[in-house]
Design a protein around this ligand. Structure first.
Ligand code: ADP
Ligand code: MG
Length: 235
């Protein structure tokens, strides 16, 4: 049973993964078969260190604080557990069950490119809600059904205000590039969004650095998180 959120305080279990992780294939993590197959089909066989580090805890339902640099493979580190834990359930219109928040439209598109084929393999709808693209087309797509939503905070707030997206079923949240979201001044919106999701939901926060603002976010919104840090590759 999950602990009540008010006991979260600063109890962060820290795991430093500096040494190369033991050789282990994606198949060893007990991912659903359609996900393993889709990974193989796209030529991805061996997990990167941040993925090996976070997958067991994330698949077990733990809240995660992941620290790793750009290019280390964070998208699959949060995407695979979100998709695995969503299972094959049916999309309910306007009500995503998993949410990925990213700071920019470009990052949202990159994450969507990586996760859409995997979502498809699971029979799940992956949608995006980002600024700079037609609002009504996004609203129509959301209304046709969404399981996993990849969004920027500003545009998602607009959809919530307009009633074209409802967050009350979001039991899995990933915050990607949290430090960048803080630098860009998005944390108030991020907090408003998280406040609309079930407090006992699973939360995965990834950031290259952990400054004061991100640490406050962790303390307020993650429950007994385990922190996995992966040192930058210096080759
Ligand atoms: P980050 O978000 O940490 O910057 P990404 O998740 O965007 O990193 O991954 C960087 C690149 O590495 C992407 O092109 C992605 O497809 C690729 N990649 C991620 N994980 C693996 C893996 N296990 N094996 C091979 N390529 C991978
Ligand atoms: Mg990334």
């Amino acid at each position: 049973a999950r602990k009540p959120r008010h006991t979260a305080k600063a109890r962060i279990e820290r795991v430093q993964s500096t040494a190369p992780s033991p050789v282990r294939s994606f198949a060893d993590f007990g991912l659903p078969e359609p996900l393993s197959r889709a990974l193989r089909d796209s030529g991805i066989d061996m997990p990167f260190p941040i993925q090996s580090a976070t997958l067991p805890d994330a698949l077990a339902g733990r809240d995660i604080l992941g620290r790793a640099q750009t290019g280390s493979g964070k998208t699959l580190a949060f995407g695979l557990p979100l998709l695995a834990r969503l299972g094959g359930g049916k999309a309910r219109s306007k009500r995503p069950r998993a949410l990925v928040l990213v700071p920019t439209r470009e990052l949202a598109m990159q994450v969507a490119d990586s996760l859409t084929p995997l979502a498809k393999a699971m029979g799940l709808w992956c949608r995006t809600a980002v600024g700079g693209l037609a609002f009504t087309r996004q609203a129509d797509a959301l209304n046709r059904g969404v399981d996993l939503l990849i969004a920027t905070p500003g545009r998602l707030s607009d959809h919530v205000r307009q009633g074209t997206c409802v967050l009350s079923d979001v039991n899995f949240v990933a915050l990607d590039e949290a430090d960048q979201m803080a630098d860009m001044g998005f944390l108030p919106q991020v907090r408003e969004i998280l406040d609309l999701t079930p407090p006992r939901g699973q939360r995965l926060l990834f950031s290259a650095t952990l400054d004061g603002d991100v640490e406050k976010l962790v303390k307020a919104y993650l429950t007994d998180p385990v922190e996995h840090s992966v040192a930058p590759v210096t080759a």
